[in-house]
Design a protein around this ligand. Structure first.
Ligand code: KIV
Length: 277
């Protein structure tokens, strides 16, 4: 049972793929947050998340790129290895970066295998529902690597998706999305992220597949919710989409702390005798 604020005791057993699958239609929603390093991964793991997602959002949130497209496999392995070292309980899922799984099934297996072997991750996430991606998912799950799907707004395809970020607004696109989700399920995914789609469409997908759906900007009817940690902490304070709820204002705290440190040093208040040997 919870020790404080919903967090499990540190001795709690590790979350596995079966545990995630068992949360389909459960009253207990899956809680998923991103982490790109050992420190934040440890903090969110200690706070009771079910899945730590090492997202390729690292590219935009941490590395200063405009999109996730420049992120490389080596960069993802670097971040995933660090996050893995911080996690004791949650399932660790790693985003496969652009063009590491779409070209051929063989490449997908080799690259996902590298992530698993070199970072110690528990699973990988592949974006999209095209024939190429479904083929990759089938090949990767076929060698025993658990795969999370990702439909709706898929940032690696942002140049192809058009101006509106919210996807599947009309009936034709909504039906196609449900179809893609069923194909991913058939190819073996253990869960599917649904990003930036109308709540009604997310509900239809959630009802159409037997694996848990994890929403971000997809309304309340998914089997779980994911947010980018730096966004929900208010650290990435230039990102202000409608769906985002901020649970802290850490960018303000950082700026204020840095200014106060500078003021103290300039005024000779720091270091004082209490902070000197
Ligand atoms: O890269 C990422 O952080 C993600 C989440 C937004 C789901 O894919």
């Amino acid at each position: 049972m919870s020790s404080e604020g919903g967090a499990p005791p540190s001795s709690a057993k590790r979350v596995g793929i079966r545990d995630v699958r068992a949360r389909k239609n459960s009253a207990e929603k899956l809680i998923v947050l991103t982490a790109y390093d050992a420190l934040f991964a440890r903090l969110i793991d200690e706070s009771g998340v079910d899945i730590v997602l090492v997202g390729d959002s690292a590219g935009t949130v941490l590395l200063g790129y405009d999109t996730t497209i420049p992120v490389t496999l080596d960069q993802m392995i670097h971040h995933a290895s660090a996050a893995r070292r911080g996690v004791k309980r949650a399932l660790v899922t790693v985003d496969m970066p652009f063009l590491t799984y779409q070209v051929s099934a063989e490449q997908a297996v080799t690259n996902c295998g590298r992530v698993m072997q070199e970072s110690g991750a528990d699973s990988v996430k592949l974006e999209g529902g095209s024939a190429e991606v479904v083929r990759a998912v089938r090949a990767v799950t076929g060698v025993g690597i658990p795969v999370m799907g990702h439909l709706g707004y898929t940032p690696q395809s942002e140049h192809a998706l058009g101006r509106s970020r919210v996807q599947a607004r009309d009936d034709r696109d909504a039906l196609a999305l449900v179809e893609h989700a069923k194909r991913l399920e058939d190819a073996g995914v253990f869960s599917i992220v649904l990003e930036l789609i109308p709540r009604t469409v997310a509900r239809a997908v959630t009802q159409a597949v037997s694996v848990p759906t994890i929403g971000i900007g997809a309304g309340a009817d998914c089997d779980g919710q994911v947010l980018v940690l730096h966004d929900m902490l208010g650290l990435n304070d230039r990102f202000t989409p409608k769906f985002l709820k901020r649970y802290a204002t850490l960018a303000d705290d950082v700026r204020s702390a840095v200014r106060r440190f500078g003021d103290d040093v300039r005024a000779g208040r720091y270091p004082d005798d209490d902070h000197s040997f």
